[in-house]
Design a protein around this ligand. Structure first.
Ligand SMILES: C[S@@+](CC[C@H](N)C(=O)[O-])C[C@H]1O[C@@H](n2cnc3c(N)ncnc32)[C@H](O)[C@@H]1O
Length: 216
């Protein structure tokens, strides 16, 4: 047992060591300011604020972040008192989240990370208050459109709302050149009956959507 713990610690330390030498990461990482730019930090903060404006005070709320990457939204929401689960298909990214969780001295009671394809994790998922699916759903859609919408519907029915954000550069899902296209497509393909454009980041064509299920 002790041997396993030492092995795990070594791996975590290696990940943190590696982060010290990385110049740019997809998301800002607290404690590693050199991995991001002020502009990127500002953009992520805007998205976070947009979500929190919608949910109200996150204290005590349960969030699921699908495609959580390095856990930016998970860690920020946990800091505000939320209970958060992050899921990502990338083992490397989840290992980094685990290393950061340990580095920030956070507990399993408030924050957990899972390495999984969302399509496979959906059946075992418990209800949450809100789901975050930012810049990731197009990755699922291009792989298996039918299954992705099925998963999306199951997610909808396990939450009060899903926050969706997609770019306009993902092959055939060129939906958000006009901001309504993406919301209309979500309503057309899923059980969602309502959506709202919540914000715009850096004036680029990136929109945050709040999508709610039928039975509110
Ligand atoms: C472009 S990044 C976006 C990260 C983050 N959501 C954000 O907006 O800052 C997409 C993330 O989704 C993850 N991802 C892609 N397909 C997935 C799937 N089927 N299940 C879970 N995660 C997935 C990728 O590994 C990656 O970390």
């Amino acid at each position: 047992m002790i041997y396993i713990h030492i092995q795990v610690d070594c791996k975590m330390n290696k990940i943190l060591e590696k982060l010290k030498n990385i110049t740019t990461t997809y998301q800002p990482i607290d404690g590693f300011p050199h991995t991001t730019t002020d502009l990127r930090k500002k953009g992520f903060k805007t998205i976070l604020n947009t979500i929190v404006e919608y949910t109200g005070n996150p204290k005590g709320l349960k969030f699921l972040d699908v495609g959580c990457c390095f856990g930016y939204f998970c860690f920020q929401l946990e800091k505000m008192g939320a209970y958060v689960d992050g899921v990502d298909i990338s083992l490397g990214r989840i290992n980094t989240c685990q290393a950061l969780k340990k580095y920030y001295k956070l507990s399993d009671k408030t924050i957990n990370f899972y390495n999984s394809d969302m399509n496979e994790r959906i059946e075992s998922l418990k209800k949450v208050d809100y789901i975050i699916m930012l810049n990731m759903f197009h990755h699922m859609l291009v792989k298996d459109e039918k299954k992705s919408w099925e998963t999306f519907n199951k997610l909808l029915n396990k939450s009060k709302a899903i926050f969706v954000m997609m770019r306009n550069s993902y092959g055939k899902w060129e939906m958000c050149r006009h901001h309504n296209e993406i919301g209309d497509a979500v309503v057309k393909n899923s059980d969602a009956t309502w959506y709202k454009v919540l914000g715009r980041v850096h004036g680029r064509i990136i929109y945050v959507f709040g999508v709610e299920p039928k039975s509110q």
